[in-house]
Design a protein around this ligand. Sequence first.
Ligand code: HXC
Ligand code: NAP
Length: 296
Amino acid sequence: MSDPITIKDPAKGMLRDNALKGKTIIVTGGGTGLGKAMGTYFLQLGANLVITSRKIDVLKKTAAEMESETGGKVLAVACDVRKYEEVEKMLQQSVEVFGRVDVLLNNAAGNFISPTERLSANAFSTIIDIVLKGSANCSLALGKYWITEKIAGSIVNIITTYAFTGSAYVVPSACAKGGVLALTRSLAVEWGRHGIRTNAIAPGPFPTKGAWERLLPGDMAQKFDFKNRVPLKRVGEHQELANLAAFLVSDFSGYINGEVITIDGGEWLQGAGQFNALEMVTSDMWDNIEKATRNA
Ligand code: HXC
Ligand code: NAP
């Protein structure tokens, strides 16, 4: 097999300085993992940032780190996205501090692997409530605010590629992310006339503590190494996702609405094509196969 393709300097920021200046961006689940990475890049590009999740201690620590790293301004607000009143309060606080809000990044999620028949009804609804209801709650609160205030806001939803395909062993998450994809496409059309854009990103594997502890615990990370499933033979770099998210929340993507952009190194298509497994076939084997197929 040939060497995996590597890219040069993958961790560089893509947009020009101050590309997000003047924008206030709410990132749900912004205290950890991918939300933290995307939020940090938004700050580097001049945005004001609101990070929210349930754990205020984590948020405060992250906000302090982000401010000292970027010189930007970060508001940390405890908010359980499952509770609409908390979402409204978080929005109110954000407007009080920054004057307005321009962007919502629905990134908060809950997930764990389990055979579906082992789940309690509450376990199933917990994931649906965080992912689908949480994204809907935040979109609803922001949409009402933007339409009333005549602000051309923008929503970006973080889904996953199994929103298209479904996936065994993460069934509540697959149902919820599929719902968020439908939410994305529906609101893109309904709220487009208000100048509100709604888009989604479907990431493939981007290692984070939160996801890896719940999806690949113990030695599963070695046994089911995600990079082997990816045609590019590597996992994603957080900055690569941050670049895409920054583009989608910026005015440079002003005519993109209702789109879902996959960033997975080709992973989900690898599982789809019937003959994709033939990457195992060596050059010598192909010589024999060619003879056989030509003689057929
Ligand atoms: C079976 C489980 C379980 C498990 C919890 N439950 N963990 N059931 N297997 N491993 C059950 C509980 O027993 C309970 O049901 C119900 O789920 C709710 O659990 P709580 O702990 O009370 O809920 P809560 O405190 O709200 O925590 C939510 C959580 C937790 C989802 C369970 O893991 C969490 O806070 N996650 C947030 C971060 C996260 O998940 N990050 C990963 C995102 S990764 P009963 O019936 O007992 O009351 C991601 C990547 C996708 O989405 C794609 C990757 C490639
Ligand atoms: P993570 O660090 O665990 O992020 C999840 C965040 O959601 C946490 O900050 C958590 O904070 C927050 N959260 C959970 N329940 C919440 C609730 N009820 N209200 C508010 N916030 C809540 O995992 P991650 O990998 O960065 O995931 C970020 C996003 O990327 C998720 O949407 C995930 O589905 C998606 N994604 C990740 C991957 C990957 O490979 N990592 C791949 C595809 C998609 P609290 O615990 O403080 O509430």
